[in-house]
Write a protein that binds this ligand. Structure first.
Ligand SMILES: O=C(O)C1=C[C@@H](OP(=O)(O)O)[C@@H](O)[C@H](O)C1
Ligand SMILES: C=C(OP(=O)(O)O)C(=O)O
Length: 433
């Protein structure tokens, strides 16, 4: 186990150009759509991290012809047009929500008998609404452990399609999973959403990527979705965007220090809803400039900014980032409509309040949101709950407050293996231009 990471306080405004690995959400969708396609797919700028390596290993276990080269960030998959090569297999999805949800749906839409296993953390996260919707369409589930949770066995003989209800309020990934496999069902699929659908931009990403691979879906105001049976995904070459969820920490470094960061390859024209963090940072006085080779953000002079009042249901993964900036704001920060982040790698509402409190910062859960008050963080060793985003975001506090240590920094490997190396280099200005 790695030692805690001692955050180096920023002695001057950061001035850096950073390269962020490929998007987890796009990588794991592209891997699924490639496997489901009817031809060879070549993926570029693929993320290699725990979440995507687990996904790739699952595809290998299921018998898909997969070739990958980590140095070139490239993956080639020969899609099997909705079929799964192995009729029986056991897969391990690790802690990846996307792998757990997307691959379970693919197996339920296949024909065979499969065991899906997961880390302890993922086994505690919700699966029941997805299991229920897949069961309604003909898949058979059994549970060696807790009912309706991972690990489980799936016995499948194709999905029926038809009208399906989905309790979607705990995670948008249930819907993304159902949408991506629906074209292989016997009949057209109509999914009726029950409860408030969170993280809609991730569903929009799913719809856009399905369309890129050749399958259309329609929806009425994100409340009901239709996918016609018989459509097929095509083989193509596909480039993965840099991960804007992970770029957020580096933009935040510029905001906190009144410095400037260029994220190479980032664009306002993106599949990723987390780009909206830039709007929040603008409200804090940052300047955003799209340039030829990326997006540049310049923080407010002296790192002085006001608190914000923001609905973050569309960009839930940025909640820890905004929470880490909040103690340094001139007024309280209010974050709304993010109750569902209780179901992420940790109960993030509780985790954020616990760690801000440990820093001597007043922070409260308020219904489905958070209120965080300005203050002076005191030296502390912070817990990270085996949650990459808690580790990556809490480190930001240490740029402006001395004596901050981040426990178990290795947990960033879920989506960003060398995060703390890049963090160090960004603070020290090694990569600056
Ligand atoms: O579909 C996706 O790629 C994701 C959707 C969101 O999950 P929830 O809808 O479960 O919140 C997000 O938090 C996660 O990091 C990635
Ligand atoms: C919620 C997250 O991950 P997952 O894909 O496991 O749901 C996340 O990366 O913040």
């Amino acid at each position: 186990m790695a030692r805690p990471y001692a955050v180096p306080p920023a002695r001057r405004p950061v001035d850096a150009v950073v390269e962020i690995p490929g998007s987890k959400s796009i990588t794991n969708r592209a891997l699924l759509l490639a496997a489901l396609s009817d031809h060879m797919v070549t993926l570029d700028n693929v993320l290699f991290s725990d979440d995507s390596r687990n996904f790739l290993q699952c595809l290998v276990k299921l018998g898909f012809p997969v070739a990958f080269n980590e140095t070139n960030k490239a993956v080639q998959i020969i899609g099997q047009n909705g079929a799964i090569p192995k009729r029986t297999a056991a897969i391990y999805v690790g802690s990846a929500g996307t792998a757990a949800r997307f691959l379970s749906a693919m197996l339920a839409a296949g024909r065979g008998e499969y065991l899906v296993e997961a880390s302890e953390q993922m086994s505690a996260r919700p699966m029941a609404p997805l299991v229920g919707a897949l069961r309604e369409q003909g898949a058979d589930f059994s549970f060696p452990g807790k009912p309706d949770a991972l690990p489980f066995r799936i016995k499948s003989n194709g999905l029926q399609g038809g009208r399906v209800r989905l309790a979607a309020s705990q995670s948008s990934q249930f819907l993304s999973a159902l949408l991506m496999v629906a074209c292989f069902s016997a009949a057209d699929t109509e999914i009726a959403i029950e409860g408030e659908l969170p993280a809609k931009p991730f569903v929009a990403m799913t719809l856009r990527m399905m369309a890129d691979f050749g399958v259309k879906a329609s929806h009425r105001d994100f409340k009901s979705f239709t996918v016609a049976a018989g459509q097929r995904y095509q083989g193509l070459d596909y480039a993965i965007e840099p991960d804007l969820s992970n770029a957020g920490y580096f933009f935040a470094m510029a905001a906190l220090t009144g410095g400037t960061v260029l994220v190479r390859g980032a664009s306002l024209d993106t599949l990723q809803g987390d780009i909206k963090l830039l709007d929040i940072l603008k409200q804090m006085g940052c300047k955003v400039r799209p340039e030829e080779d990326g997006i540049r953000l310049t923080g407010p002079a002296g790192g002085r900014f006001p608190g914000v009042d923001v609905d973050m249901s569309g960009l839930p993964d940025q909640t820890p980032t905004v929470a880490a900036l909040a103690p340094f704001a001139a007024s309280p920060t209010i974050i709304r409509n993010i109750g569902f982040i209780r179901y992420h790698e940790s109960d993030r509402l509780t985790a954020i309040v616990n760690e801000l409190t440990r820093l001597g910062i007043r922070a409260e859960v308020n219904g489905d949101g958070l209120v965080i008050y300005p203050g002076t963080p005191q030296p502390a060793e912070l817990e990270t709950y085996d949650d990459h985003r808690m580790a990556m975001a809490l480190a930001l506090v240490g740029l402006r407050a001395p004596g901050i240590r981040i426990k178990h920094p290795e947990c960033t490997a879920k989506t960003f293996e060398n995060y703390f190396d890049l963090f160090d280099r960004t603070v020290q200005g090694v990569d600056s231009h």
